[in-house]
Ligand binder design. Structure first.
Ligand SMILES: NC(=O)c1ccc[n+]([C@@H]2O[C@H](COP(=O)([O-])OP(=O)(O)OC[C@H]3O[C@@H](n4cnc5c(N)ncnc54)[C@H](O)[C@@H]3O)[C@@H](O)[C@H]2O)c1
Length: 262
């Protein structure tokens, strides 16, 4: 129970990786505030973790709004007394040819992914500095390093999150607050299963760039987030940890025999 007596806030926690992170932190003893733009879904997700709402609550929050992120942190303090762990996970994307991408599309993805992470670092960071400790984990992506031509704002926002992570880590380094990021490879969620992985050719293409020969499980991200948020990582700050089955290390491709998890 390495997070016993700790309070964690996870954004984008109604489903997928965010929900997996919230579950993992909860399993390891934290009281968890699950936040999501989908208020009804995140309320249900929190109820699944704790029907009595004693150790988990759901809060509706659009992370693109600084006022809503401020209110989210205030809600966590009101309900559980403090915030020790902040996981800035919420994100969105848009698929468009770079020459056709609209200003509105670019602005919305940057507002959710980059400004949302900035607001989370600021609002939780301020509280953590005041109480002399805490850990922030930002959700990055392989696309911070490896580009996909039709994902302009997503890739740009994730690259910027890596730099934001370094900047906040340096600014808070002597204040007891560590700031790191996790960059997942392709993870099995309802969304990827029903989307890119539902097509055999695209599944093969993804595995050809995945030396371990399989996609990751949600809890394989949750466990790394939990580690970085814990005192086991007490001397780690400013890092982006790629949890990708070896993809970032790979030049060219690997052979694909089977499609596990499909
Ligand atoms: N699934 C993968 O393979 C993968 C790979 C690399 C990185 N990631 C990153 O992991 C994180 C989670 O991805 P996922 O696959 O679970 O995505 P997902 O789309 O399944 O879940 C994202 C959640 O964020 C919420 N959300 C969207 N906009 C929001 C906003 N403005 N404010 C608050 N909540 C908002 C959604 O409602 C949803 O519940 C994201 O940061 C994503 O970029 C995922």
């Amino acid at each position: 129970m390495r997070h016993k007596d700790k309070v964690a806030v996870v954004t984008g926690a109604a489903q997928g990786i965010g929900l997996g992170c919230a579950q993992r932190l909860h399993d390891e003893g934290a009281r968890v505030v699950l936040a999501d733009i989908n208020g009804a879904k995140v309320a249900e997700a929190a109820r699944q973790l704790d029907p009595d709402a004693a150790t988990a609550i759901g809060v509706a929050c659009d992370v693109a709004s600084q006022a809503e992120v401020k209110a989210l942190i205030a809600k966590a303090v009101e309900r559980f007394g403090t915030v020790d762990i902040m996981v800035n996970n919420a994100a969105t994307t848009v698929a468009a040819d770079p020459l056709d991408l609209t200003e509105e599309e670019f602005d919305r993805v940057m507002a959710v992914n980059l400004k949302g992470t900035l607001f989370g670092c600021q609002e939780a960071g301020r509280l953590m500095v005041a109480k002399g400790g805490g850990a922030i984990v930002n959700m990055s992506s392989m696309q911070a390093e490896l580009a996909i031509p039709t994902r302009v704002p997503y890739g740009v926002s994730k690259a910027a999150i890596n730099q934001l992570t370094k900047i906040f880590a340096l600014s808070l380094a002597t204040k007891g607050v560590r700031v790191n990021a996790v960059a997942p490879g392709t993870i099995l969620t309802d969304l990827t299963r029903g989307g890119v992985l539902s097509n055999e050719d695209s599944y093969r293409m993804i595995l050809s760039r995945t030396p371990m020969g399989r996609c990751g499980e949600v809890d394989e991200i949750g466990s790394v987030v939990s580690f970085l948020a814990s005192s086991d990582a007490s001397y780690v700050t400013g890092q982006t940890l790629y949890v990708d089955g070896g993809r970032l290390t790979l030049n060219y491709v690997v052979p694909v025999d089977t499609l596990p998890g499909r």
